[in-house]
Design a protein around this ligand. Structure first.
Ligand SMILES: [Cu+2]
Length: 720
């Protein structure tokens, strides 16, 4: 990225070790090198930036984002192994100079002392930083006070009470054609009451507005001179506005862990069923899993959601600009929800708070932003010996680490699952409210039928669109150095041709291909070929197979390709979502596949994954990073309205000849004593629960899977 000005701090880095240096009551020696930034660190870094800016004649700074600067992987692992010093504790702050001339600054602040010290101060030319929650709130307030806007609302819609108007700012950026200014596109809606679902009442105008300059760039009104009658029909789900009684059919369903959960937590370090990992969080990615190992063997150095794009398929002006890049544009961590016990997650919950900066350099704490708990997930494995009726069956558990983010109309839940059998799952849950719009004149003339969407109510159109979620996986696979010398191998099934080797035509083979360079590692899912990708470590050989141990990435939900034309802005800036899998060699600066900033004057220089991979770097034996997309094409249903039932997307990582047998053979054959027999319960009295039944004839109370007196489903030997 081009740098015009670069001021290096003349403050020399302090000598000495970090351990034992007090900082607001917590020693740095207590911190894990990947711990998220703390409140006192935000305050110290902000003050250091203010003072440094004042020396440069900058009267006021706006604090866009702050995070602990992630140390380089090798330094972290060396420290954790005891082979190196603690990596320096630093903050990376993105600052705005809002007075003319507008500027964006990246400052690195040393946090080792009681006060922060600016180590570097770099102007990022031409970029715009993300739209924070403070930006969203302030830009709405400012637009609603703009005289030109007020006049337009009064003349076109007769709206004068701004309390009844909701304006959703979406990033516009270079998609509008001009990189100058903080230009946002505002989607406009009315409310019939303060808690009303305003998406039921779309206006037919979209405003492009520079909220720093308080200047309206352009007004698009879909129906022009013909005007627009704002749809009046309410569609609500708010508890005070639902016009039907609650159902009364549900009896309590409790998850009870009388002895507490099975995990152990120390700071941000978690241990559970052989898994060990660190919970991180940033304003950009939200939840981050670090340094994940199983049975003491490294699996993933880092895993987090890296980017989202929601491209809309309505082709007419001005909707060519409608695509949400929810991480780079808004910061997923900034959008995290405070979760509620007994509502968002059930069970015995450990929460982690999110500590974030605000625009004034202060601290915002999102309480209970990350939820962690155990879940029963059914059967782990089973075998019933039909000859004597003996059963061996085990229940399966997973540890769930999750957070939920609200980005304007949509809610996204992101769930990492760690299973006892070594499976790692990732699930994205989509809910919230679909984005709605008014109709175009041709659609009004056509009986109100939208051409590229679903009619949810008269005059209410939900555009067709797609969602893509890119997860960044930095595998370690049995490598204590964080995954050096790995190989990514595409594995697929291939039918064999008829011939001497396959005379009956039943044969099929498994074909493996090492993805040797970046250009050949941009891949699509192929369920018809059972395509998966494995990450193997040639330096760790499984003693049974004699081959490298591996972990495989298994696509779950059917994932569509991006449907926007390759020359469109969606597919160029959002090129990361045009392939299901990308592989790159680890580079500490390559974290953001759609670029570090929402806006850059030259999209070609936005430094996303499309640019990185042009070098076509070697991957065979490299420290490989996998980027995998989950996707869905969303044709809105009426059942998605007025609030959308959760839609799920998932993929899995599984050990593949990493162990030498099923790693869950040691699961104990215990019976769940809280379970009850329905028929016994209906009859009442004793024997309604396993606990009460104790040693009753039909239910052994202690061990599960006890031998039954006689097999009840004998099978003839001929069926063996
Ligand atoms: Cu959708």
């Amino acid at each position: 990225m081009t740098t015009q000005l670069q001021h290096q701090s003349d403050v020399a880095r302090r000598a000495g070790t970090l351990a034992g240096k007090a900082q607001a009551g917590v020693t740095l020696g207590d911190l894990h090198p990947l711990d998220p930034i703390r409140a006192e660190e935000i305050l110290a870094a902000a003050q250091a930036c203010r003072e440094y800016g004042a020396q440069l004649g900058i009267p006021k700074l706006r604090f866009n984002s702050m995070a602990a600067q992630e140390p380089e992987k090798g330094a972290v692992l060396a420290y954790l192994r005891g082979d190196g010093p603690r990596p320096a504790r630093r903050a990376l702050a993105v600052l705005e100079v809002t007075a003319e001339p507008y500027a964006v600054i990246e400052a690195v602040v040393d946090l080792e002392g009681a006060q922060g010290e600016v180590l570097s101060w770099k102007e990022m030319v031409g970029v715009q930083p993300c739209l924070t929650i403070d930006d969203v709130v302030e830009s709405e307030e400012r637009l609603k006070a703009n005289p030109e806007f007020l006049a337009l609302m009064a003349s076109r819609y007769g709206i004068t009470d701004m309390q009844l108007l909701a304006v959703d700012p979406w990033y516009s950026g270079f998609r509008y054609g001009s990189p100058e200014g903080r230009i946002l596109q505002f989607l406009l809606y009315m409310r019939s009451s303060p808690d009303d679902n305003h998406y039921a009442h779309p206006l037919d105008t979209i405003i492009f507005y520079d909220y720093h300059a308080d200047r309206i760039h352009k007004v698009y009104s879909q129906n022009g001179e013909a005007g627009w009658d704002v749809p009046a029909q309410d569609a609500n789900f708010h508890r005070t506005l639902v016009d039907r009684p609650w159902r009364t059919t549900q009896k309590p369903l409790n998850i009870v862990q009388p002895e507490g959960p099975s995990f152990a937590v120390r700071g941000n370090l978690v241990s559970w069923e052989g898994w060990d990992f660190h919970v991180g969080f940033s304003w950009r990615e939200g939840l981050i899993l670090n340094n994940l190992s199983l049975a003491g063997r490294p699996v993933l150095y880092r895993a987090a959601l890296a980017e989202i794009i929601v491209p809309y398929g309505e082709p007419r002006e001005p909707f060519q600009y409608k695509a949400a890049y929810d991480i780079v544009d808004y910061g997923l961590g900034f959008c995290a929800n405070p979760l509620e016990l007994g509502c968002d997650c059930l069970g015995h919950i450990k929460y982690f708070d999110a500590v974030l900066n605000n625009s004034r350099g202060g601290v915002t704490v999102i309480k209970k932003a990350v939820c962690m708990h155990e879940e029963d997930v059914g059967m782990a494995w089973k075998h019933y010996e039909y000859r004597n009726g003996h059963v061996e069956v085990r229940r399966h558990r997973r540890l769930v680490i999750s957070f939920i983010a609200t980005i304007a109309n949509y809610e996204y839940g992101f769930y990492w699952y760690l299973y006892q059998d070594g499976t790692i799952g990732f699930e994205g849950k989509l809910t919230g409210i679909v984005s709605t719009h008014a109709l175009f004149p041709a659609e009004v003339a056509n009986g109100g039928q939208p051409q590229w969407g679903t009619r949810l109510a008269p005059g209410v159109n939900a555009h067709i669109h797609q969602h893509f979620f890119m997860v960044r996986l930095d595998p370690a696979v049995d490598c204590p150095e964080g995954g050096k010398n790995l190989q990514v191998v595409e594995v697929e099934a291939e039918p064999m041709p008829l011939g001497p080797a396959n005379p009956h035509g039943v044969g099929f083979d498994i074909v493996e291909r090492v993805l040797g360079r970046e250009a050949e590692a941009q891949r699509m899912c192929a369920p018809e070929r059972s395509r998966v990708w494995k990450v193997q470590n040639p330096n760790s050989i499984n003693p049974v197979t004699g081959k490298p141990v591996a972990w495989k990435l298994m696509p779950g939900s059917p994932c569509p390709p991006m449907l926007a034309h390759p020359t469109s802005s969606h597919a160029t800036r959002g090129v990361f979502a045009t392939k299901h899998l990308w592989v790159t060699p680890y580079h500490p600066k390559e974290m953001n596949p759609a670029g570090d900033y929402p806006l850059h004057p030259d999209p070609e220089q936005n430094q996303g994954i499309g640019q990185w991979t042009r070098a076509n770097r070697n991957l065979d034996g490299a420290d490989c990073v996998l980027w995998f997309n989950l996707g869905i094409t969303h044709v809105v249903r009426l059942e998605d309205w007025p609030v959308m039932p959760v839609e799920r997307l998932e993929f899995h990582l599984k050990p593949w000849n990493f162990f030498t047998q099923n790693p869950t053979l040691d699961l104990p054959p215990t019976r769940n004593i809280a379970s009850r027999n329905y028929d016994d319960a209906q009859r009442g009295g004793a024997g309604t629960s396993v606990a009460a039944a104790a040693a009753s004839a039909s239910e052994g109370a202690g061990a599960c899977c006890a031998q039954a007196p006689t097999p009840n489903t004998p099978q003839p030997a001929s069926k063996l």
